[in-house]
Design a protein around this ligand. Structure first.
Ligand SMILES: [Zn+2]
Length: 283
């Protein structure tokens, strides 16, 4: 009779649900967020073109969880955090690849590079209030998903061959000041820089340290285009005044420091320490 009522068009009546009945009496303590990474981008476009690109179907569909506009500054959520957005492309960081499956993406409205009258190109600085918003949004996401400091990355770091965003003007130091990422111990950098000025490590050393830091390995022993791309991405974060991609003593000192056991300093206790929980992700 009940079945008959449903078939007669009363499907919305209570008691007519179909499917497996799930008992949620028990919850495992052994779990964490699927979002292990936070990836930062700039859009290379104005707000409207960025919004179209990130929301409309196309032959090369892309999306991000968040889009932060600049005038006015506003955060738009385009994809639910529990869903996968398509922003990272072919990517790698510290043993993980295809980061779309395990990351939250923030796109920042910014043109990227602009052409100068003399024909050269330069990067376009970010709006200050827009950066306040990005730092605040990042802090909230990191707290929600307990994202590790070493997994907050730029697109250019996880795809150095073809991407440079969020570029040399992105204020990584501000994420450090907010307690979200580590920063190289300045005393150690200074000491190692003096040392490396006397004897610069060889290409293989640079490649091994880049890989140890997180980049997809390039251990050819040759100073190739890929190694240069990785150095550009590394310098954009830690030494944005000069990101020529060359091997020099300061870059070596920074690479040594970020891969040294206690070389990266946190400004404040990481988010999870504040909530008295260990980093739950084991992978
Ligand atoms: Zn990007």
């Amino acid at each position: 009779m009940k079945k008959l009522l449903c078939l007669m068009g009363f499907a919305l009546l209570a008691g007519c649900q179909t499917g497996v009945k799930i008992d949620k009496s028990y919850t495992s303590e052994n779990q964490d967020s699927r979002s292990l990474f936070l990836v930062l981008h700039y859009t290379v476009g104005n707000f409207q073109s960025s919004l179209n690109m990130l929301t409309k179907a196309s032959s090369r569909p892309v999306s991000s969880h968040y889009l932060v506009s600049e005038s006015p500054v506003r955060t738009y959520q385009l994809v639910d955090e529990n869903r996968r957005a398509w922003h990272a492309g072919p990517s790698y960081w510290k043993g993980h690849s295809n980061l779309n499956a395990a990351s939250i993406g923030i796109e920042i409205v910014n043109p990227g590079r602009k052409k100068n009258p003399d024909g050269t190109e330069s990067y376009v600085p970010f709006d200050e209030a827009q950066m306040d918003e990005v730092v605040a949004l990042s802090a909230e996401i990191v707290k929600r998903h307990n994202i590790r400091p070493d997994r907050i990355v730029g697109h250019g770091e996880i795809q150095p061959r073809s991407k440079q965003d969020p570029g040399p003007f992105f204020p990584w130091k501000r994420l450090h000041e907010a307690g979200l990422i580590g920063w190289p111990d300045e005393a150690l950098v200074a000491a190692k820089k003096a040392e490396f000025e006397l004897a610069l490590p060889d290409v293989r050393w640079f490649q091994e340290r880049l890989a140890q830091h997180g980049f997809a390995a390039a251990s050819s022993g040759e100073f190739d285009a890929y190694t240069r791309d990785c150095l550009v991405a590394f310098q954009m974060r830690y030494r944005p005044a000069n990101f020529d991609g060359q091997m020099d003593a300061e870059t070596a000192a920074l690479l040594f420091t970020v891969t040294a056991p206690d070389g990266l300093k946190m400004k404040q206790p990481p988010v999870d320490r504040a909530t008295a929980k260990p980093y739950t992700s084991r992978w």
